[in-house]
Design a binder for this molecule. Structure first.
Ligand code: PEP
Length: 271
């Protein structure tokens, strides 16, 4: 059974002085069974968030990591520097593809580093509006997934807990969202690429999240889709009330999945 994951991408918001309080409020507002909660603050706020959520079952992630373990890379952050601070990392977010020129090849190297360092990766993919309008959204996203996973074997992707976030670029921070049906179709396309890499095991095991203007009001449209396993949330993740609603809805899906899973397990022997 795939986990239901709600990951908060705080982007370039909060300072070390205020991040802990916000994280504590979110943790307290989202105590729900069965949902994996991850908060990804700016690097400088990782320690404050880590302290604030200790004992709350909330996990902490970075928003990026360099592909080398150390070296002459001014201003960069390497995986070993995150030890004890973060257990997840967002890779290839569209804002980094846009602003830092990250390509699938770069994301691929970062993914290798994350897996080697024990950081659970959330690899972001998503098409531009012109790709969707031209009817090539699935081809573009499939190529991104192939490029990001190139050369990696199913075993290490499974062991590393790969998560993929489908984030249509035109939906990020715009208030527009994909439809649940479009997101589910894209999830199926992503799983088809995962099946090329590692047959059914990988395709079935990897959580696929939706991201793009997710709020408490619209998250249900995505979570009702069996192939969508949660959300990567930007703007709304800075608001404890929004996060409370999002995680509460995610808990409904997690509970429903657990019931289906329990019912499909064979009974423990003769009655
Ligand atoms: C994101 O940052 O990944 C994101 C989806 O942002 P927003 O929810 O604000 O669209």
């Amino acid at each position: 059974m795939r986990p239901v994951v709600i990951a908060a991408n705080w982007k370039m918001h909060t300072t070390p002085a205020d991040a802990g309080e916000l994280a504590a409020s979110i943790a307290a507002a989202t105590r729900q069974p069965g949902v994996v909660r991850v908060i990804c603050p700016p690097f400088l706020s990782l320690e404050a968030v880590r302290r604030a959520v200790a004992g709350e079952g909330v996990e902490v992630g970075a928003q990026n990591v360099h592909h080398e373990a150390s070296g002459a890379y001014t201003g960069e952050i390497a995986a070993p520097m995150l030890a004890g601070l973060a257990t997840w990392v967002i890779l290839g977010h569209s804002e980094r593809r846009r602003d830092a020129g990250e390509t699938d090849a770069v994301v691929n190297r970062k993914l290798q580093r994350a897996l080697a360092s024990g950081l659970r990766p959330i690899v972001c993919v998503g098409e531009q509006l012109e790709d969707r309008d031209a009817g090539r959204a699935e081809a573009v996203v499939s190529a991104q997934v192939r490029g990001c996973l190139a050369g990696l074997d199913a075993e290490s992707l499974l062991a590393g807990g790969l998560v993929i976030a489908y984030e249509p670029v035109w939906a990020i921070g715009t208030g527009r969202t994909a439809s649940g049906a479009d997101a589910a179709a894209m999830s199926a396309a992503i799983r088809a690429v995962l099946a090329e890499v590692g047959a059914g095991t990988l395709a079935d095991a990897v959580p696929v999240l939706y991201g793009g203007s997710v709020t408490a009001a619209n998250v249900g449209e995505f979570l009702v889709e069996p192939s969508i396993d949660g959300a990567l949330v930007g703007g709304a993740s800075l608001k404890p009330d929004e996060m409370a609603g999002i995680v509460a809805r995610a808990a409904v899906t997690a509970t429903a999945r657990a019931v289906v899973e329990a019912a499909s397990r064979p009974a423990d022997g003769p009655a």
